[in-house]
Write a protein that binds this ligand. Structure first.
Ligand code: SF4
Length: 364
C-alpha cells in the first residue's frame, strides 16, 4: 500500500480501516470462502484475521498445501526408488509425510540416500557431483515450483538425473471442488504466488463457468484483509468475476516466460490428489520427447494404489474444505506435529499443522 512516498506492508490504522469495511459488508446469508494456499492460512492464523471477519463469513483452507495433496501413489514410488539405491532429492516438507508403508525420512534412517533440496537445480547439482549414482528429483508443488523443474528438464541435465513428476495445477482443483456434492463455496481467495505465474485470466473460466467470485490476494495481513473486502463486495453486488487485489505482483496474463517453460517441458494430465482422488487435467507429466528424463518411465515404476488417508484422519475433508482441523478427533491428541497421523499435520503449510502452531481453535 502506498502512502506518500512510503510503501507500507504493515500498518495498524489501515488494518483497522479494512476491518471496519469488512464489518460493513456483513452478508445476509452465511458465506463460505475457500483459499488454496498454505501461506494464506499462515497469515490468517498467525494474525488472528478470522476474528475480524463479519458474522456469517467462514474462510477455509482447501487443497492448497502441496505436500498434503501429493498422492501416496507418487510418494510410495519415491520411497521404492530410495530403497532400490537411487538418490532421491525433494523439498524438506515431503520427508515426513506418511506413505503407505514408510516416509522418506524412514528410509533415510534405514540408510537410503534421501536429501532435502531447495530447488530442482540443487538436485541437478548433486547429480553432477555424484556421476556414479542415479539421482531423482521428486517434484511436487503447484505452478510456483513447476517452472523450476521445467527449467532443469530443458537445460540438458546429466544422464544420471531424472524427475519423478507429481506437479499439480490449481484452477482444475478448484473446479473439481465446486463440482463436489456437499461442498458449498461462495468465493475463492486465489493464491498470489501461483497467480504471478498463471495470471489472473487463468481463473476466468472458473468465475464464469461456476459463477464463482475470485479475488487474488497477497500474503501480508493487509493484503488478505483487502482481498476479502473486495470479495465480499463482489458477493454483495451479485457479481462473479476475477479481480486482482495483488497488482504489485500479479498481472492479467501472468509470466509468459514461466508459462513457456511449463509448456515446453510438460503436458497436462489427469492427476491423483491425496484424499480427493483423480482430477481430470489437474497435473503435469513430462513430455514424451523428454521421457528419458522421466523417472516413472526410466525405472518402470508401477502405479500402485496406496493408503491415502488412515482411518480416523479427516484430511480428506479438510482438503476439500468440508471440515476444519479441530473437527478431527485426533487433532492435538494422537495427531500433533511431532506425531503426525495425516499429511495435513506434517508440512509447514498443512492446515492442521498451521492450526496446531497457532492454538488450534476454530476462529483463529
Ligand atoms: S489432525 Fe491429523 S489426523 Fe486429523 S485431519 Fe489433521 S492430519 Fe489428519
Amino acid at each position: 500500500m502506498m502512502t506518500g512516498d512510503r510503501f507500507l506492508l504493515r500498518d495498524e490504522g489501515r488494518g483497522r480501516g479494512l476491518a471496519r469495511l469488512l464489518k460493513r459488508l456483513t452478508p445476509e446469508h452465511p458465506i463460505r470462502i475457500v483459499h488454496v494456499c498454505g501461506t494464506h492460512e499462515i497469515t490468517i492464523s498467525e494474525h488472528g484475521l478470522r476474528h475480524l471477519l463479519p458474522e456469517g463469513v467462514t474462510v477455509l483452507e482447501g487443497p492448497g498445501c502441496p505436500v498434503c495433496v501429493t498422492s501416496t501413489v507418487d510418494l510410495d514410488r519415491a520411497v521404492a526408488l530410495a530403497e532400490r539405491g537411487v538418490v532421491v532429492c525433494t523439498f524438506g516438507d515431503m520427508m515426513r509425510v506418511p506413505g503407505t508403508r514408510k516416509t522418506l525420512d524412514d528410509v533415510r534412517t534405514e540408510g537410503a540416500s534421501v536429501h532435502t533440496v531447495l530447488s530442482a537445480a540443487d538436485a541437478v547439482a548433486r547429480a553432477r557431483r555424484t556421476p556414479d549414482r542415479d539421482v531423482v528429483f521428486f517434484a511436487v508443488g503447484f505452478e510456483t515450483t513447476s517452472p523450476g523443474t521445467a527449467a532443469v528438464l530443458l537445460d540438458d541435465p546429466p544422464e544420471n538425473f531424472s524427475v519423478l513428476c507429481a506437479h499439480k495445477l490449481i484452477p482444475p482443483a478448484v473446479g473439481a471442488l465446486m463440482d463436489m456434492p456437499g461442498t458449498k463455496l461462495d468465493g475463492l481467495l486465489a493464491p498470489g504466488h501461483v497467480s504471478t505465474v498463471i495470471g489472473a485470466r487463468a481463473y476466468a473460466q472458473l468465475a464464469e463457468g461456476h459463477r464463482l467470485p475470485v479475488v487474488i490476494g497477497g500474503f501480508e495481513p493487509l493484503d488478505v484483509l483487502y482481498a476479502l473486502v473486495v470479495l465480499l463486495k463482489q458477493l454483495r453486488e451479485g457479481r462473479a468475476e476475477v479481480e486482482n487485489a495483488y497488482p504489485r505482483a500479479v498481472s492479467w496474463g501472468g509470466s509468459p516466460r514461466a508459462q513457456e517453460l511449463i509448456r515446453c517441458a510438460f503436458v497436462p494430465c489427469d492427476a491423483r490428489w491425496r484424499g480427493i482422488g483423480t482430477i481430470p487435467v489437474s497435473g503435469l507429466a513430462v513430455r514424451d520427447e523428454r521421457a528419458h528424463l522421466d523417472a516413472a518411465h526410466r525405472y518402470d515404476l508401477p502405479e500402485r494404489e496406496g493408503q491415502e488417508v488412515v482411518p480416523g484422519c479427516r484430511c480428506a475433508d479438510v482438503l476439500v474444505a468440508r471440515a476444519v482441523p479441530s473437527d478431527c478427533p485426533l487433532f492435538g491428541a494422537a495427531c500433533t506435529p511431532l506425531t503426525p497421523v495425516g499429511p495435513c499435520m506434517v508440512g509447514a503449510e498443512g492446515a492442521c499443522s498451521v492450526w496446531h502452531r497457532h492454538g488450534g481453535r476454530a476462529g483463529l
